[in-house]
Design a protein around this ligand. Structure first.
Ligand SMILES: Cc1cc2nc3c(=O)[nH]c(=O)nc-3n(C[C@H](O)[C@H](O)[C@H](O)COP(=O)(O)OP(=O)(O)OC[C@H]3O[C@@H](n4cnc5c(N)ncnc54)[C@H](O)[C@@H]3O)c2cc1C
Length: 272
């Protein structure tokens, strides 16, 4: 992510790349070895119970335990200058942190699913107006009816069907968006735009080794009758962070899960 604003210890925010770089230097101090830039293409279980990961380079590495932390790919929109405003008016999550930029302004929420609906309800408490842009003709198939009913009843929220953003405007931060609806373009002021069109977990490389939910996120803990909350359906393979089904998709929680899982890995290696 281009800017993480609410991770403890970085009061002026930090980019995802910078945070990872600092973490890497720190981990090296403790003896962690990195193999990068490499993509894992496949993971298999060997006859002796260990695991073998195959990199895109063809190189193979073996381990007795694996922690999956490959995150998700947020669906982005094919709009010019989108990247320029990511973290500066364009967001992929609606929390207190992003909501403070919407106070008394107009917020745009893109998407017709439950995450878009929840974001709109949440933002309507602080924004003067929330405009929800939906690609289709109705919310019936994509959003829970209790949520769409609440959206329709909220005077601060308007839902625009068959609508999409065709352009974004601003200098150093987002100031306005152009909405294309039924062939007509309209440019409106916007303090923030929330892209809630889904995220795809990076789990294609797991090749059926662990159980996934219907969206491809890794199931762990009680969902697979495992004792450890981060254990997958395959003993010795753990999952943390965004890629894990049901996780809170934030930096602090992902880092926290990553630190907690290590004691479970340790337990697996030494007791199990
Ligand atoms: C624009 C944006 C802004 C955000 N802002 C905030 C914020 O302000 N505060 C906040 O708390 N959260 C924010 N988030 C969410 C936050 O970035 C995630 O919750 C967090 O990064 C999840 O950490 P993770 O380690 O699970 O996954 P990631 O950080 O996504 O890391 C996964 C890593 O695995 C790598 N990978 C994937 N597949 C493979 C493979 N096959 N082989 C090898 N490597 C692979 C990826 O390249 C990546 O480096 C934001 C997200 C976005 C997109």
């Amino acid at each position: 992510s281009s800017r993480i604003e609410n991770y403890m210890g970085f009061p002026t925010g930090i980019s995802g790349a910078d945070l990872v770089w600092r973490g890497q230097v720190q981990a090296m101090k403790f003896g962690t070895r990195f193999a990068m830039p490499l993509r894992v293409e496949a993971l298999e279980k060997l006859e002796d119970g260990s695991f073998c990961a195959t990199f895109g380079s063809g190189q193979r590495v073996r381990a007795r335990a694996v922690v999956i932390a490959t995150g998700v790919q947020y669906r982005r929109l094919p709009i010019d200058r989108l990247a320029q405003f990511e973290g500066a008016g364009i967001y992929y999550a609606a929390t207190e942190n992003e909501a403070r930029f919407c106070r008394k302004g107009e917020a745009i929420v893109i998407g017709g699913g439950n995450s878009a609906g929840q974001a709109a309800m949440f933002l309507s408490r602080v924004a003067a107006r929330v405009r929800v842009l939906v690609r289709g003709d109705s919310l019936a198939a994509s959003m829970s009816s209790y949520l769409s009913t609440r959206l329709e009843a909220d005077p601060a929220i308007t839902i625009e069907y068959r609508a999409r953003v065709s352009a974004v405007h601003g200098t150093d931060k987002l100031a306005a968006v152009t909405i294309l609806r039924d062939g007509t373009e309209q440019t409106v002021d916007a303090c923030a735009m929330f892209v809630m069109v889904g995220a795809v977990p990076n789990t294609g490389w797991l090749t059926g080794l662990v159980r996934l939910d219907d969206k491809g996120f890794v199931l762990t803990g009680a969902d697979v009758d495992a004792a450890s909350p981060y254990a997958t359906s395959c003993p010795g393979v753990f999952a943390v962070g965004d890629v894990r089904a049901g996780s809170t998709k934030r930096v602090a929680s992902s880092v926290g899960e990553g630190s907690v899982v290590i004691s479970h890995v340790w337990g697996h290696l030494h007791d199990g």
